[in-house]
Design a protein around this ligand. Structure first.
Ligand code: GTP
Ligand code: MG
Length: 346
């Protein structure tokens, strides 16, 4: 691990970010924006549900425990995020205090809700048994309904994702499922002609990566042409599995496997683990570049690949020729670079 490797390029247009992103590498959006797609993402939900926490973890390399000290977000914290080198997301983290929510649905309605690509609505997974929690639930539903109405008016093509968050606070698995289904049903009943996709999430689990991988994929991908190339590469390297991760977030970009994957969250778990390792390296002022893990049954090779991705290769062979694997990877880098660029631009 040697190389300087930083960060998610982000720029805070609004100084009320109140977070402590440790790696803002400002980019000149005006010049870079040319030839790049810009998608507006709204992150909404009541105060304290965990919006800023999740975006800091996914996009700013923050550790979950560091979110304890986050203050509330005042009005809208707008961040421009560069993803896969070529795409820019305009992420609007909308502070959830009552006075701000009121502004979004009234005076700022048009500016907030127009040209939205994706709405991510976050609610807390509370048990709704106590009176106070019931009140919270009613507020969630009212805000959600207000968002739906505003999107109907200004961005009828927006995609909607709902994160039923802080699942870790509910200990029993059955209860988690029950609450998830109940919340989902309630929210769906308010979603009118929009289709919504719900996820159960927690900053402490890979579920957060699962949700964000799908959200980001809905804005970016048509990477089916890469899939075939990954398969060819896997065959050439005698690999069982090949996975591409976005360089800065470690969100899954695409993958190939020669056998059926049993664990639905396999890749998200890997994202979660590597990101944790990367953070540990960063706290020791060391920058993560590549790694090889060899066990009796398999070898895992992870390395920087294209400008915007890392590659992970899993080989069952007990003693693979690692030098050959590295050489193969190096040789096909340029081809993948071109293919990725083409896929993301079309
Ligand atoms: P506003 O900015 O006021 O709208 O709040 P917010 O939605 O941005 O909430 P924020 O991210 O500041 O999180 C509030 C608290 O929730 C912090 O102390 C986080 O550590 C905590 N939190 C966030 N996500 C989770 C989670 O998945 N589980 C648990 N247990 N706590 C969480
Ligand atoms: Mg916040």
């Amino acid at each position: 691990m040697n190389e300087e490797e930083n960060n998610f390029n982000s720029i805070n247009n609004n100084n009320n970010m109140n977070n402590n992103n440790n790696n803002n590498d400002n980019i000149n959006i005006n010049s870079e924006q040319k030839n790049k797609k810009l998608s507006k993402i709204l992150l909404m939900g009541k105060c304290g549900v965990g919006k800023t926490s999740m975006r800091s973890i996914i996009f700013a390399n923050q550790a979950p425990k560091d979110t304890f000290v986050l203050g509330y977000t005042s009005e809208v914290a707008e961040t421009r995020l560069k993803f896969m080198g070529n795409l820019i997301f305009n992420l609007l983290d909308c502070g959830g205090q009552e006075q701000f929510m009121k502004q979004y649905f009234e005076t700022k309605r048009e500016s907030i809700f127009s040209k939205v690509g994706v709405l991510i609505f976050v609610v807390e997974a509370v048990k709704t048994e106590k009176k106070l929690e019931k009140q919270d639930n009613i507020e969630d539903l009212t805000y959600f309904e207000n968002c739906i109405n505003a999107l109907n008016e200004f961005s009828p093509d927006a995609k909607i994702f709902v994160l039923i968050h802080k699942m870790d606070l509910i200990k029993e698995q059955n209860k988690q499922k029950e609450i998830f289904e109940m919340k989902k049903k309630e929210l769906e009943s308010k979603s009118k002609n929009f289709e919504i996709k719900c996820f159960a999430t927690s900053i402490w689990e890979s579920s957060l990566y699962k949700a964000w991988t799908e959200i980001v994929a809905s804005l970016t991908h048509n990477l089916s042409s890469i899939q075939e190339s990954l398969k060819n590469y896997a065959i050439a390297c005698n690999a069982e599995e090949v996975i591409l991760f976005e360089k800065n977030t470690f969100l899954l970009t695409c993958s190939y496997s020669n056998k059926k994957i049993q664990d639905e969250q396999r890749f998200e778990k890997i994202s979660h683990i590597i990101k944790k390792f990367k953070l540990s390296c960063m706290t020791m002022s060391s920058n993560f570049k590549s790694m090889i893990i060899q066990t009796r049954n398999f070898t895992t090779y992870l390395d920087k690949f294209t400008k915007s991705t890392y590659i992970m290769v899993i080989i069952s062979d007990k003693s693979p020729n690692l030098e050959l694997l590295k050489l193969n990877t190096k040789l096909c880098r340029k081809k993948f670079e071109e293919k990725l660029e083409y896929s993301l631009n079309n």
